[in-house]
Design a protein around this ligand. Structure first.
Ligand code: NAP
Ligand code: GDD
Length: 328
């Protein structure tokens, strides 16, 4: 019998990559979407899998919808990827962020505990939980949390409630503590995609600047397509455990900008970058770099796409997407 998986956040970045991987493994994939007047299938379309997913309606803020879904599908695996995932917006909408990212996870775990306790559960945890905390500028499963935004705080709750349901009720529930991962279908608000979209527009004569905030922040940027393999592997283990997933390299926003402009063949990148205080955060995470040795050892997982390749892939995709546009 084919395995079944329910993916929340199916219309975001990671949902489509994970769904594609599971479909290749012959899973039946249910994708949870909210109620929209105009759902946006662009990311599923980009990967060519829109018609292969069974879409089901539900909202992390609506407990009853999650109960009904888990009760009726009883999936083998649930990947909880849905979230208010933009750190910047979490300062503007802290309550909504917490309701979805913290309580939403509790609702899902309660639904599994009550109606389908054999279901394996993956929680999309994040390196943002480390915030200011590191040991010699590297973070692993033993690094304490020091969250720096309402988003990060909400994810710390989700992390611990997942651990608690594992320990208290014996659920197969795990946290993937993923560092930043990007792709051509990364949301346009996030800095990498904002940069590659901006560079493509400048190259094609559609724009003449990119407005950014803090250029000195460093992130461990990997490719989403690689990272979803780690999610899948975590749910195939004998024992439920939490894992840090990243590339082990940190680069600054400025390095990302420079690499993207250079790849597009545009000289003097500084001319096109405007620093805009609107994109600064009230409290920032200056440095994230993963030590994924545990994942390498136990899951056999290693990232394949390197930083330069990732930047190039994203610039190429944005150039292709925009090439027929004309300046308004
Ligand atoms: P994303 O592109 O922002 O996708 C998140 C999805 O969650 C969106 O499709 C959104 O739906 C959905 N969603 C938001 N609120 C919801 C609600 N109340 N009910 C149901 N669905 C809701 O995020 P991503 O980059 O794919 O990341 C996936 C997960 O990993 C997130 O939980 C994120 O916090 C976490 N994470 C991401 C990274 C990263 O670097 N990408 C790193 C670590 C952890 P709409 O389409 O309706 O807006
Ligand atoms: N978005 C954005 N826009 N960020 C900017 C800008 C800008 O104009 N200018 C500078 N930055 C800096 C931010 O201050 C931050 O230090 C860094 O670029 C990365 O910002 P984002 O791309 O928004 O990602 P993030 O690191 O805050 O959060 C992402 O990664 C987390 C994992 O570490 C999201 O995907 C989170 O959901 C995820 O948990």
């Amino acid at each position: 019998m084919a395995k079944t998986a329910l993916i929340t956040g199916i219309l975001g970045q990671d949902g489509p990559y994970l769904a594609k991987l599971l479909l290749e493994k012959d899973y039946k994939v249910y994708g949870m979407i909210r109620r929209y007047a105009y759902p946006n299938f662009a990311n599923l379309d980009y990967l060519g899998i829109t018609n292969n997913i069974e879409l089901v309606e539900g909202d992390l803020a609506d407990q009853s919808s999650l109960y009904n879904l888990i009760k009726s599908i009883r999936p083998d695996e649930v990947y909880n990827l849905a979230a208010q995932s933009f750190v910047g917006s979490s300062f503007e909408q802290p309550i909504f962020t917490t309701e979805v990212n913290s309580l939403g996870v509790l609702y899902l775990l309660e639904a599994i505990r009550n109606y389908s306790p054999k279901t394996r559960f993956y929680q999309a945890s994040t390196s943002e939980m480390f915030g200011l905390s590191h040991t010699n500028y590297i973070q692993d499963e033993n690094t304490p949390f020091y969250p720096r935004s309402p988003y990060a705080v909400s994810k710390v709750y989700a992390y611990w409630i997942t651990v608690n349901y594992r320990e208290a009720y014996g659920l197969f529930a795990v946290n993937g503590i993923l560092f930043n991962h990007e792709s051509p279908i990364r949301g346009i608000q996030f800095v990498t995609r904002k940069i590659t979209d901006g560079v493509a527009r400048i190259k094609l004569g559609l724009a003449d600047e990119i407005r950014l905030g803090n250029l000195s922040a460093k992130r461990d940027w990997g490719f989403a397509g690689d990272f979803v393999e780690a999610m899948y592997l975590m749910l195939q283990q004998e024992k439920p455990e939490d894992f840090v997933i990243g590339t082990g390299e940190a680069h600054s926003v400025e390095e990302f900008v420079k690499t993207a402009f250079e790849y597009a063949g545009i000289k003097d990148w500084k001319k096109y970058i405007k620093i805009d205080p609107r994109f600064m955060r009230p409290s920032e995470v200056p440095y994230l770099k993963a030590n994924s040795k545990k994942a390498e050892k136990i899951l056999g997982w290693k990232p394949k796409v390197k930083f330069e390749e990732l930047v190039q892939m994203m610039v190429d995709a944005d150039l292709a997407r925009l090439k027929n546009r004309t300046k308004k």
